[in-house]
Design a protein around this ligand. Structure first.
Ligand SMILES: Cc1cc2nc3c(=O)[nH]c(=O)nc-3n(C[C@H](O)[C@H](O)[C@H](O)COP(=O)(O)OP(=O)(O)OC[C@H]3O[C@@H](n4cnc5c(N)ncnc54)[C@H](O)[C@@H]3O)c2cc1C
Length: 445
């Protein structure tokens, strides 16, 4: 289908948009842009280009992610009319189990209202064949197709600017001209480089290497050993800020975040007694890993993520530090769609409206950096860890509004609340004083 190319820097009837990347950012942008356009009575055309096929198991359909959808995002999506179907949710997470060298504690969800969902972004790990499950990313893409978008399973290979539009070249569909190009390509370095030509001042995000692997187990074993709990580790292992085991049907996903994680670091983490005791004693963990990878994560936002007719969203732009990347994709994608439909597609329009939203995320991340620096201090101090463990164990027998430290840890680990909000709660004098008191008592005992 050929589209009309509008001369102005505003969307109108028959304007055409190319979305590069069909991960959450690309899908959320498409969903909201079509929705907003319908509200203002304009008929726009959106083509989504996605290089992967999310109906395939293994790397060709995988977006390398822990797959935790925070309760705040589940709530926001349901108010937008997006309710995740049961076959997309591999497990509803109800508690998290905190593992420290000084002990293990199960922490209840602060408010027993919404569950966290553990999903697969693609069809599942290499070799997965369960036909009762669906990919999260594929589900969102289907919603976009139902709203009228066209999906091309195709790789974008070139972008160039002309006087009245952007030319996009892809492997299977040749060259096409668009009014607006949306960069939702995650952290793919080759694709981000393509944007240099049409968005010259764009500086891609800073990244660091992380680790993901899957353990294949019997579903009964997963239930018996992990239940509906995400297992979180605050252990003194070099380079690791955060480790989590996330149960999902036949598998348990391991996510390690920190800095430049490599095979040796992963091995030393898996060899700790705290990790070993989560699994059946006679299992050789290395033999039940069908796939693993070392994907990168956004640790510092991109700069100048827009120009006339170009906007970058999701991981390609700004994302929440270490957590809730899918939630950040929702925030930036919706803000970009709002600006494009209601205000315009010029650099000036994006700078005026979209940049504000990125600034808020970036400011929150600066606070997040401080929170993770504090977590690292606790991680490295056996005494503080003892105090933290004592405090959290005690809180479990108290009313939920008194479980201050538990709710801080919950939101830090699940990414459910902004870091600013966590900081405010952490500054309550009762939190610090109780941690000190419990550390002293724990040390004496
Ligand atoms: C180890 C790890 C664990 C994580 N765990 C979680 C978690 O539990 N919960 C959470 O919310 N977030 C998590 N994240 C973050 C989350 O994965 C990202 O923030 C999120 O995926 C960003 O979405 P996106 O749409 O911007 O990018 P992506 O999900 O990366 O999607 C980009 C898409 O663009 C496509 N693409 C790229 N180049 C081209 C091209 N040239 N042509 C066509 N298509 C192209 C890719 O195939 C991909 O599908 C984790 C990240 C890591 C690294």
């Amino acid at each position: 289908m050929e589209y009309n190319i509008s001369n102005g820097l505003e969307l109108d009837d028959n304007s055409s948009i190319a979305v590069i990347g069909g991960g959450p950012a690309g899908s959320f942008f498409t969903y909201f842009a079509l929705d907003f356009a319908q509200r203002v009575g304009i008929d726009i055309n959106i083509d989504i280009y996605e290089a992967k096929d999310f109906t395939c198991a293994g790397p060709s359909g995988c977006n390398h992610c822990g797959g935790i959808v925070s309760e705040s995002l589940i709530q926001m999506l349901s108010t937008e009319g997006i309710v995740l179907p049961a076959n997309v949710i591999q497990k509803g997470i109800e508690t998290y189990t905190l593992h420290l060298e000084s002990g293990t504690t199960v922490i209840e969800m602060p408010l027993h209202e919404q569950r966290i969902a553990a999903v697969y972004r693609g069809f599942g790990p290499k070799g997965a064949h369960e036909d009762d499950q669906e990919s999260f990313d594929n589900y969102l893409l289907q919603l976009c197709e139902q709203k009228g978008a066209q999906l091309f399973i195709d790789k974008v290979t070139n972008l160039s600017r002309t006087a009245d539009g952007i030319f996009l070249k892809s492997l299977k569909h040749g060259e096409k001209q668009y009014d607006l190009v949306v960069g939702a390509a995650g952290l793919n370095p080759k694709t981000l480089k393509l944007f240099k030509g049409i968005c010259p001042s764009y500086l891609s995000p800073e990244t660091t290497k992380t680790h993901i692997c899957e353990f294949y187990l019997d579903p009964e074993v997963v239930n018996e050993y992990f239940g509906n709990s995400m297992h979180v580790f605050l252990l003194d292992v070099p380079n690791i800020k955060f480790g989590a085991l996330i149960p999902k049907g036949h598998y348990v996903t391991l996510v390690l975040l920190g800095s430049n994680i490599n095979r040796d670091i992963v091995k030393s983490f898996l060899d700790t007694k705290e990790v070993r005791q989560c699994f059946p004693p006679d299992i050789d963990l290395e033999k039940i890993i069908p796939c693993f990878c070392f994907p990168t994560i956004n640790i510092k936002a991109a700069k100048s993520a827009y120009s006339d007719r170009v906007i970058m969203i999701g991981d390609s732009s700004s994302s929440k530090l270490y957590k809730n990347g899918i939630g950040s994709a929702y925030i930036t994608a919706k803000a970009a769609a709002k600006t494009a439909v209601f205000e315009g597609i010029s650099e000036k329009d994006f700078k005026k409206s979209y940049q504000k939203v990125c600034n808020e995320l970036n400011l929150d991340n600066n606070i997040g950096k401080g929170i993770f620096a504090l977590t690292t201090i606790i991680q490295k101090s056996p005494l503080l860890k003892k105090g933290l463990h004592r405090m959290v164990v005690k809180e479990q027998s108290q009313d939920s509004e008194k479980r201050r430290m538990s709710s801080i840890l919950w939101d830090t680990f699940t990414g459910s609340a902004p870091y600013t909000d966590i900081l405010k709660r952490g500054l309550n004098p009762l939190v610090g004083s109780k941690l000190i008191l419990n550390t002293i008592k724990g040390t004496i005992k």
